[in-house]
Write a protein that binds this ligand. Structure first.
Ligand code: SER
Length: 315
């Protein structure tokens, strides 16, 4: 029987992944934790506790006491926020991962770990379109440097200590339940909320910068599929490329007008423009798709239809 610990259960990914895992493994077997309070459905459907992943002693006690067998470590400082406080972001992103890897090494019951990487591991010298799994990686952001270093540590712990750690290089994730905070791809979520609330959006990127994106439902399905796949099928022990549609702010704005004809968008690029320009515009994730036999379901139109409908229900 699996007993699963989620770190960052109140965040953009955690608030949805926790509920999906509870459907599969049983409410009482999925332990949601965060440094901040969680949404009501997380707290009411199963165990929730405040837990700081930076506190290694508290973390290992929690894991042993609750007989945890799998850990999903989803807490991180995203790309935009990390540029504001570089050394703090490095400390949080790296030390939290090292704490998890050490727990997985020390506690025998822990058999599997999931940790997200990002398209931010790529940089200006990486081929921009159809970016392959294996390529030049010279990230220029603190977030990207921490994710690339994290990937190397994951592979190291796999090789040296036989830790079964699995990872995906998420693109920008588009979701209506919990908004992201401080990322460069946040515009692709904000644009829908602002379209419904105000019929206008002031975008912090220019109109034609293209970035790989994915609807949250696809990201959750791929993550669970990756974790359930037989280890023998997984050749990559750093992190797999994964993607849905590549989107520009202008394309999304045009598509939103199918639902909200008067939607108005303005562009005032800030410091995140150069981060976006350093990332790939499209990703080749064929290695993942053959390893876990998966493909995304949502294209731009389907994402827009779901986002507008769900946000209208909320506001
Ligand atoms: N969504 C993240 C960010 O923009 C990228 O992984 O920081």
């Amino acid at each position: 029987m699996e007993r699963i610990l989620i770190i960052g259960a109140a965040g953009q990914i955690g608030s949805e992944l926790t509920l999906e895992l509870r459907k599969i493994y049983g409410n009482s077997n999925v332990f949601a934790t965060d440094v901040k309070d969680a949404p009501a459905d997380i707290k009411e459907s199963g165990p929730f506790q405040l837990l700081d992943v930076m506190d290694d002693k508290h973390l290992i006690h929690f894991v042993i006491r609750n007989k945890i067998t799998q850990i999903y470590h989803l807490a991180a400082v995203l790309s935009g926020n990390a540029e504001k406080l570089p050394t703090q972001a490095w400390h949080i992103n790296m030390d939290s991962l090292m704490n998890i890897l050490e727990v997985a090494k020390l506690v025998e019951d822990v058999r599997k770990v999931f940790w997200p990487s990002s398209i931010a591991v790529f940089g200006n010298s990486t081929p921009k379109t159809g970016t392959p799994q294996l390529t030049v990686m010279e990230p220029s952001t603190v977030y990207g440097i921490s994710k690339l270093a994290g990937e190397r540590w994951c592979e190291y712990y796999h090789k040296r200590y036989n830790i079964d750690i699995r990872s995906l290089r998420y693109p920008g994730l588009i979701s209506y339940k919990t908004e992201p905070g401080g990322g460069t791809t946040d515009w692709a979520v904000e644009i829908y909320f602002e379209a419904v609330r105000k019929k206008s959006y002031n975008c912090f990127l220019s109109e034609d910068v293209s970035l790989p994106m994915m609807f949250m439902e696809d990201a959750i399905n791929a993550t669970i599929k990756l974790m359930e796949t037989d280890k023998a099928n997984l050749a990559c022990h750093s992190s797999y490329n994964i993607t849905g549609p590549s989107l520009t702010p202008r394309q999304v704005a045009v598509d939103i007008r199918r639902h909200i004809p008067g939607f108005d968008i303005t562009y005032h690029p800030d410091f995140r423009q150069s981060i976006a320009e350093s990332w790939p515009s499209s990703i080749d994730d064929s290695e993942l798709r053959t390893s876990i036999i998966w493909k995304p379901r949502f294209d731009l139109q389907q994402i827009t239809d779901s986002m507008i409908e769900e946000i209208r229900n909320k506001v």
